[in-house]
Write a protein that binds this ligand. Structure first.
Ligand SMILES: [Zn+2]
Length: 550
């Protein structure tokens, strides 16, 4: 039963016509619907791809403290089944089918190294998968180590081979089971790295090893939870000290990452999420000292130059979003992004958040260009302004489709290639920054406006000579800035209060009444169609905790 999600199937359609569906008792997600969230449908066999219902038919009503959503949809007797859902679903079964297809296609491929293995079982014995993708270049004879207590089927499926001189990228998704957008982003990442036509995909495989954990909460996904596992735990709060018994998926993910880190292989970590409250698609990152902060933001900036939908300006790397004590307990510390950063000091640890409905702007991407030698060496643009140079963009409030989430996933690989200067068809030379060096310089400049990075340290050293100023900034970026300790940052006191009130609201016992009324012709609609809830997906019994990351 759902208070945030709904996902149901209509079968045995006896009469074609327009039906009205009314879903009562939903959480008050007015904001999402106002932003353009539309229920989606697919009809078997006539239109098997998910698409949104007609927007003009949707009606929102406040009933007591809940939301009632009504919409019309045409059903045809030609269809055997019609599925209707809150937003684009991606179930545990969908995930298994997607992985099966990839495995079938790419295991033993001559060009692509694809390895799928079982890392552990969830508490309810569902598979926790680990996928490793690269090229065969620099593949060693030796295999990855079997980590203690993990990889239970290691006798049948050996661990993947080791690689040398490649950077490892770890991406995970669906720790919060209802956040289906994350799986579409995940699919985008996979589609990019498995593309045999795109020169960038090939370059990516030559330079990186992608390690993927597609579903961190398979039990929750399968049972239709929104945020929790089957024991009521928000698994994204246990990365500091996960146990195999209580949080097997988190334990497994952390062990794999720490093992890569200990061998100095882990380059970037990103956990994929969706967000109901904040508009746009953006990162939560960590607050770090100057040099690391430039490095951390660099990937975000490069992603915005490689994805239409990713909004750099919405990214949050603030101290209040990372700090040890912000007055509301240990919450963020236990999140993957924060805990892995604390354990590794890796500057590139991110949470990707995708709003379900819409963003505010779209990036206008520069065209791709094959690097010439001149472009490789000509690194400094003419003008250096104290302020952040923005990439081209336009305002756009159009609702997202599932492709919007995929598109961000498709941009991750190219952004990583730009980051290491190995993108064979980079957009950088034709974009506003021209070179990687300039992207860094501009991030550095924008950071110097923040109090904690001591703007005056920069001001004291700059003069009218542009070349000098660039050198000063470069020194800061490469060597860091000596920041005097204890730059106080305002504490956001009301958070505790806000959370208290949210908690009390969430405690309200969920009224299990889940009303779906087929009321076009209510006297005999029972005979016209059968309606049932689809189990294997993200429906929910929990409230959305607004303002909460991860
Ligand atoms: Zn989340």
């Amino acid at each position: 039963m759902s208070r945030t999600w709904f996902y149901f199937r209509v079968t045995n359609i006896q009469k074609s016509g327009v039906y009205t569906f009314t879903i009562s008792n939903l959480n008050r997600q007015f904001k999402l619907f106002d932003s353009g969230l539309m229920p989606v449908y697919k009809s078997i066999p006539s239109s098997p791809e998910w698409q949104t219902i007609k927007p003009q038919t949707i009606l929102l009503r406040s009933v007591e403290k809940d939301l009632e959503v009504s919409f019309e949809h045409h059903l045809s007797t030609n269809d055997k089944e019609v599925y209707l859902a809150y937003t684009y679903p991606w179930s545990y079964t969908d995930d298994q089918e997607f992985l099966n297809k990839c495995e079938e296609q790419f295991t033993n491929d001559e060009e692509i190294y694809f390895h799928r293995e079982l890392i552990a079982y969830s508490r309810e014995n569902r598979r926790i998968e680990l996928i490793t993708i690269s090229s065969h270049a620099n593949k060693l004879d030796e295999r990855e180590p079997v980590l203690p207590e993990l990889f239970p089927l290691n006798n049948e499926i050996p661990r993947p081979f080791k690689f040398e001189n490649k950077k490892y990228v770890f991406i995970s998704a669906r720790v919060h089971p209802g956040e289906t957008a994350a799986s579409y982003t995940f699919k985008g990442v996979m589609d990019f790295v498995l593309d045999k036509q795109d020169a960038r995909s090939k370059a990516f495989r030559e330079n990186f090893v992608l390690v993927l954990l597609p579903m961190l909460n398979p039990d929750g996904v399968s049972r239709g939870h929104y945020r929790m596992d089957t024991h009521g735990l928000n698994l994204n709060r246990f990365y500091i000290n996960p146990t195999l018994e209580q949080h097997p998926t988190i334990y497994a993910a952390k062990q794999v990452m720490m093992d890569l880190h200990n061998r100095n292989l882990l380059f970037l970590y990103c956990d994929l999420h969706a967000h109901a409250n904040q508009k746009g698609i953006f990162f939560y990152g960590n607050s770090m000292e100057f040099t690391d902060q430039v490095e951390g933001r660099l990937f975000a900036k490069l992603l915005s130059l490689n994805s239409e939908y990713f909004e750099y300006e919405k990214c949050d790397f603030s101290e209040t979003n990372t700090s040890v004590d912000k007055g509301d307990g240990k919450d963020k510390q236990g999140a993957g992004r924060v805990a892995i950063y604390q354990a590794t000091k890796l500057p590139r640890c991110y949470t990707l958040e995708c709003n379900y409905a819409a963003g505010k702007t779209r990036n206008i991407l520069a065209s791709k260009q094959i690097f010439t030698e001149e472009q490789k060496t000509n690194n400094i643009i003419d003008e250096l302004k104290l302020g952040e140079m923005k990439g081209d963009k336009k305002e756009c409030l159009d609702p997202y489709t599932s492709y919007s989430f995929e598109e961000v996933g498709l941009g991750i690989g190219p952004a990583l290639l730009d980051m290491i200067g190995k993108n064979p068809e980079s957009r950088l030379p034709n974009g506003p920054y021209k070179s990687l060096e300039n992207v860094k310089l501009h991030i550095g400049l924008s950071l110097l406006k923040e109090l904690r990075f001591r703007l005056d340290a920069f001001i004291k050293k700059i003069n009218r000579d542009l070349a000098n100023n660039i050198e000063v900034l470069k020194t800061f970026i490469n060597q860091g800035i000596q920041v005097e300790p204890a730059v106080k940052v305002k504490k956001e006191l009301p958070i505790k209060e806000k959370r208290k009130s949210l908690a009390s609201r969430n405690k309200k016992p969920a009224d299990k009444k889940f009303v779906i009324v087929l009321d076009k012709d209510s006297k005999n609609n029972e005979n016209e169609a059968n309606i049932e809830q689809v189990n294997d997906n993200s429906t929910t019994v929990e409230d959305v905790k607004e303002n909460e990351e991860n």
